[in-house]
Design a protein around this ligand. Structure first.
Ligand code: 6LW
Length: 507
């Protein structure tokens, strides 16, 4: 029976899917996916597995990832974070970007290397697959084990199951043709493989069932890293499918020894709301659950408990002396490509470049929504342009409050459907509000997904503008791998922003 207090869950809130964790000495480090956002692949650090600090990112420089040109949902998919002989390693697929990459750093906070392409044996092209894992055997041979989903070319969409090659990490070339490994117990999309040598046996952990409601974590073991693998009895060892558990889609796990020496599994999950538990506003987040090794050499993995952290409030006063913290992200660009903190001390200046939120690279600087109920506001000076506060999933799904040119416009863009609500703007500045909270249209007895309440405060007068059903900005409706990001954007001219406040809870 464990005595450790229940760990917070989500462990890392807001869109942080595909977690990979490693323990080094008295600290743990955790990496997650970022897709088309930059900076890419955040590294969080903890010394107690409860409090996690964002210490840096793998991709902070142009060219490390090729996300500038990837389609929506492309980019950094599913890193594996490992440590060996004083060096941190990340292997990751830059999907529809550079391909399968290997990054190294001696300090996990960075700087990280430029990223080397992991190629087939003749060096001609990237290994074809996603979710690469890296492990070394006692002789120091590096194994790359990955999910054989073909992302490009004539065979795009083909899935060859779990694949593995030995790789020379000097040349980054495979030393052989890929071999197929055990690929689960029949769930679709076997992926997220991780190999561990534990008590002289090699354990292969995978996800199968797809990252939606059928997601699960399965395990097999062998005497060598190449197999043959014997499946655990009772796979998948953890899944929320066909349950009413509050954390769904649980899968894409990684095993690590936890704070009390017992093993835990970090994995992704969602917190759906609604009568049919259908809509997850924040996207896929990082969760944790306990693992218990049994006398037969197989582990059990607990169902994923929900244990949200207390509410939080952050205020950001922009300053030339204080760079934007790592929680600020932009789309296919670094926040520093857009944000000017020196032109007007105390304000973040955004200069429009002709793009809008409907474009692949909007002038947008945002932060993940991290609470199911979250109120976000920012003061904008739109005397020289048009812009506002937006919550986005992508170019086709976003909701915003926009000001400028004598008007305040609340706008909901849901695929090809656009609705606007207008009010006159009688001042050069306004405080814009996006409040995610109980809506008026909830008709079900179940906890409905919160609505988005759009408003503006002008000369001290709050002007309610619109209420938008939150389901339209959920990972299910948008078919998105990311999650809600709330930020400031410029559409014409220039806008200055100050007094950013985000507060909320997960009642
Ligand atoms: C990730 C893979 C997946 O590489 O989605 O659906 C990809 N499963 O494990 C992006 O999260």
């Amino acid at each position: 029976m464990t005595t450790t207090p229940a760990l917070p869950n989500p462990l890392i809130a807001g869109f942080h899917p595909d977690p990979s964790a490693v323990r080094v000495g008295d600290a743990w480090y955790l990496a997650t996916s970022t897709f088309e956002y930059l900076p890419g692949i955040p590294i969080h650090r903890s010394t107690d597995f409860v409090e996690w600090e964002l210490i840096g990112h793998v991709a902070t420089r142009p060219g490390q990832l090729g996300v500038e040109h990837v389609p929506t949902a492309g980019g950094a998919w599913a890193p594996t974070l490992r440590h060996r002989d004083g060096v941190f390693h990340v292997v990751v697929t830059d999907a529809m970007g550079r391909g399968m990459l290997h990054f190294t750093a001696t300090d996990p906070a960075g700087p990280w290397s430029d990223g080397d392409l992991l190629t087939v044996s003749d060096g001609s092209r990237s290994l074809d697959g996603i979710d690469p894992d890296i492990v070394w055997d006692a002789a120091g041979t590096a194994y790359i084990t990955y999910s054989g989903l073909v992302l490009g070319g004539a065979d795009a969409g083909t899935h060859t199951g779990i694949q593995q090659v030995r790789v020379d990490l000097e040349t980054h070339r495979a030393l052989e043709e890929p071999r197929s490994l055990w690929s689960g117990v029949g769930g679709m999309f076997p992926e997220a493989p991780h190999l561990y040598e534990i008590d002289g046996r090699w354990y292969l952990l995978i996800a199968e069932g797809g990252t939606e409601r059928g997601h699960g974590v399965s395990l097999a073991r062998a005497d060598t890293p190449e197999g043959p693998f014997e499946a655990a009895p009772g796979n998948p060892l953890v899944s929320a499918r066909s349950t009413t558990r509050p954390v769904q889609n649980t899968g894409h796990g990684d095993l690590v020894t936890g704070p009390d020496g017992e093993w835990v599994c970090v994995l992704l999950g969602v917190r759906p709301r609604g009568m049919t538990r259908a809509f997850s506003a924040l996207g896929r987040e990082t969760f944790v659950t306990r693992v218990a090794w049994q006398p037969d050499g197989w582990p059990t993995i607990d169902p994923v408990p929900l244990n949200p952290r207390p509410g939080s409030r952050i205020e950001v006063a922009f300053s030339p002396e204080t760079p934007l913290d790592g929680e600020w992200i932009s789309v296919r660009a670094l926040p520093t490509d857009h944000a000017d903190l020196t032109a007007r001390p105390g304000w973040m200046r955004l200069d429009a470049d002709g793009s809008t939120l409907g474009d692949p690279r909007p002038v947008f600087v945002g932060r993940r929504q991290v609470h199911l109920a979250q109120r976000t506001s920012v003061e904008v000076d739109v005397s020289a342009g048009i812009g506002g506060l937006a919550v986005r999933y992508d170019e086709r799904f976003h909701v915003e409050v926009e000001a400028g040119a004598g008007a305040i416009v609340a706008r909901a863009v849901v695929g090809d459907l656009v609705q606007e609500w207008r009010a006159p703007l009688t001042a050069p500045t306004a405080t814009l509000h996006i409040d995610c909270g109980p809506g008026s249209s909830a008709v079900s007895f179940a906890p409905a997904i919160h609505a988005l309440h759009l408003a503006a405060t002008v000369d001290g007068q709050r002007i309610p503008l619109a209420e938008v059903d939150g389901r339209f900005l959920s990972s299910e409706v948008t078919e998105s791998f990311t999650g809600r990001v709330i930020g400031v954007y410029a559409r014409e001219g220039r806008i200055d922003a100050t007094a950013w406040v985000a507060e909320g809870d997960d009642e």
